[in-house]
Design a protein around this ligand. Structure first.
Ligand SMILES: [Zn+2]
Length: 261
């Protein structure tokens, strides 16, 4: 009798807990290129997210005219706390706290994001209902996944001096380097407000435009096949040597190209 009573109390406690705390265990759905991990909070968003991911995969594959080499995992985090604890673990930084504009990351084996439907409350600068921008952001991360699968450092942890290339490629190939951003870069060139060296390109308000348009220039000047050849490199010197150009000359020619647009 006593044990039945205890059991009953146990069940009641469990029932109360599940009423109070929604189920946040990972569910998984497997597809050809990836496995999707999500929680029951996103049951109703799953189809929309699959569309965003599949559109992104299609854009990336046609941009590079090549397939993904490996399958990868997509994690849709119910909130920022869940994303932060993953990043703390994956990056070995137990005290890491993300900035409000950070909503996603991509490496060879993994794409993490805060559930886009909750960006309005869990993030700043991102609005789920801005469908083109939302799609571009997801495509941007999928470019990182593609790049990671061909890079000497699949999680980019030992990449040196190439922030401008890694981020510029994802910005350009995802369509984030739009005419508005090009116009901002044009203006900055006219006003002589361009960073002195490549290291300054992925920083400040213009980082997407600066880095994205630099990779756009490489694509237009050297061609898509050359862009593909740059994917494995982990050091800036390797990229510059492959382009057979100095940092100063690259920046000079990039300025001329932007001026001509
Ligand atoms: Zn990025």
């Amino acid at each position: 009798m006593k044990s039945i009573l205890l059991l009953l109390i146990g069940f009641t406690a469990l029932a109360l807990m599940s009423w109070k705390f929604p189920d946040n265990r990972w569910k998984v759905a497997k597809y050809k290129n990836y496995s999707l991990y999500y929680t029951s909070l996103d049951n109703q968003n799953k189809e929309a997210y699959l569309t965003l991911i599949n559109n992104g995969l299609g854009s990336v594959k046609s941009f590079f005219n090549s397939p993904y080499r490996e399958t990868f995992d997509v994690y849709v985090h119910a909130n920022r706390h869940s994303l932060d604890s993953t990043w703390q673990k994956d990056w070995g930084m137990p005290d890491f706290k993300s900035e409000c504009w950070m909503v996603a990351s991509g490496v060879a084996k993994k794409f993490d994001m805060i559930s886009p439907a909750r960006w309005d409350s869990e993030a700043c600068e991102h609005v789920y209902a801005q469908t083109i921008k939302t799609q571009q952001l997801i495509t941007h991360e999928l470019v990182h996944v593609f790049h990671g699968q061909r890079n000497g450092s699949p999680d980019f942890s030992t990449v040196e001096g190439l922030d401008w290339f890694v981020e510029g490629l994802a910005t350009y190939a995802s369509g984030q380097c739009d005419s508005l951003r090009i116009a901002e870069v044009k203006k900055a060139i006219a006003e002589n407000k361009i960073p002195k060296g490549l290291d300054g390109f992925w920083s400040g308000k213009l980082k997407y435009g600066l880095s994205g348009s630099l990779v756009m220039f490489i694509d237009k000047r050297y061609g898509r096949a050359k862009l593909m050849e740059l994917l494995p490199f982990t050091k800036r010197e390797q990229v510059l040597a492959s382009l057979n150009i100095t940092e100063a000359a690259l920046l000079d020619q990039w300025k001329g190209y932007i001026d001509s647009l």
